[in-house]
Design a protein around this ligand. Structure first.
Ligand code: ADP
Ligand code: MG
Length: 345
């Protein structure tokens, strides 16, 4: 097949919501979820849309799956426009939006698939053959899950069944929204392997969204970083890492009472260090600051950071100069410019 499997061009989406203002008044609010999103997914690749909560991943997936209309822009799936040829688009995609949605709890996995296969127009021996095939592909047969009741399924098995349902009509393109969210580590790993296999062995185009940088690095041939409704960077993991060449991540773990919000701590660190490429997050048992530093300046920054954090009443637990990861690329491309000064500092 020639051309891009998926092509998104200038996608814009606004949501209108009503926020309560006092007892009787409501105020119209417009959330601009997508502000002109463009990218291509090619055949045979695993393409990742990587971004934090609220970045616009699900909105993008819904538009490409014809579940939501864009306010501007267009997307093409195997050459068909989501605006003009939604039926042709739907024939060519298998979509998993949420692992658990829409299955019958009192039916077995196989019975569930039979129902959805009939909706797809499959009948008779062809239907049974196809169901056997997809059950085998996703590993449910091997797990003896095909004839178990859905309500007895583990989340990992539900995820497999959701993928099986998406593949009933043998679509050349798979689109999955956070496919490993909530899965236990072994199930998540198997799901990732399964998706990579779909791209490598069967030449399908596989598009996944994730907020997990490590997952993106592990399985994606190319990654688009999405932040606040915009694509901040796009490329292979190697290409993206080149964006932070010459910079070194300094990782500082610290603990203590959080007098302020975490973002206030981040702002103060940025201001005092005069570094904008910096991110503070909550990690188990404390906090972690990840600071992108020009190579050669690590030692100075480490000493300053320890000073500043200690001065704020925190205990520094561990300092490490790390290897650049996608996380650093993310920090770099979403926090360019903006010195982030805090007012009382
Ligand atoms: N149905 C909706 N109504 C109003 N706002 C929405 C709706 N769906 C999503 N949003 C908002 O749009 C933005 C993008 O959301 P979403 O696409 O779900 O992001 P992600 O999947 O990356 O977490 C967020 O600010 C979110 O709050
Ligand atoms: Mg989402």
């Amino acid at each position: 097949m020639s051309g891009a499997a998926i092509k998104a061009e200038g996608l814009v989406k606004r949501y209108v919501t009503w926020a309560r203002r006092g007892f009787f008044r409501k105020e119209k609010q417009i959330v601009e979820a997508l502000k002109g999103v463009s990218f291509d997914v090619v055949w045979g690749e695993v393409f990742g849309l990587l971004g934090p909560n609220g970045a616009g991943k699900t909105t993008t997936v819904k538009i490409i799956s014809t579940l939501l209309l864009p306010d501007d822009g267009n997307a093409w799936v195997a050459g068909y426009s989501v605006l003009d040829n939604p039926v042709e688009v739907r024939d060519r995609i298998g979509v998993v939006l949420s692992v658990e949605r829409g299955f019958f709890w009192k039916l077995t996995g196989r019975e569930n698939l039979r129902y959805f296969a009939m909706l797809r127009g499959l009948r008779g021996p062809e239907l049974e053959r196809r169901i056997d095939e997809v059950l085998e592909t996703v590993g449910l047969k091997q797990l003896k899950g095909a004839d178990k009741l859905y309500e007895e399924y583990s989340l990992g098995m539900k995820a497999r069944l959701a993928l099986a349902r998406a593949m009933l009509h043998d679509p050349p393109i798979l689109i999955l929204d956070e496919p490993t969210l909530g899965l236990d580590p072994p199930s998540a790993r198997e799901m990732r392997e399964l998706l990579v296999r779909m791209a490598r062995r069967e030449g399908k185009a596989v598009m996944v969204t994730t907020h997990n940088m490590f997952e993106a690095e592990m399985i994606c041939d190319r990654v688009a970083i999405i932040s606040e409704g915009r694509i901040a960077a796009i490329g292979t993991v190697l290409e993206l890492k080149k964006l932070v060449a010459g910079e070194v991540p300094v990782v500082v773990k610290f603990s203590g009472m959080l007098g302020d919000s975490l973002s206030r701590v981040e702002e103060r660190l940025k201001h005092r260090l005069e570094i904008s490429k910096l991110h503070v997050s909550e990690t188990d048992g404390g906090f972690t600051a990840r600071i992108l530093v020009e190579a050669g300046l690590e030692e100075r920054v480490v000493a300053r950071t320890i000073d500043i954090l200690t001065g704020m009443g925190f205990s520094v637990l561990r300092v490490e100069v790390a290897e650049p990861s996608l996380e650093d690329v993310f920090i770099a491309v979403t926090r360019r410019g903006g010195q982030g000064a805090s007012k009382d500092d």
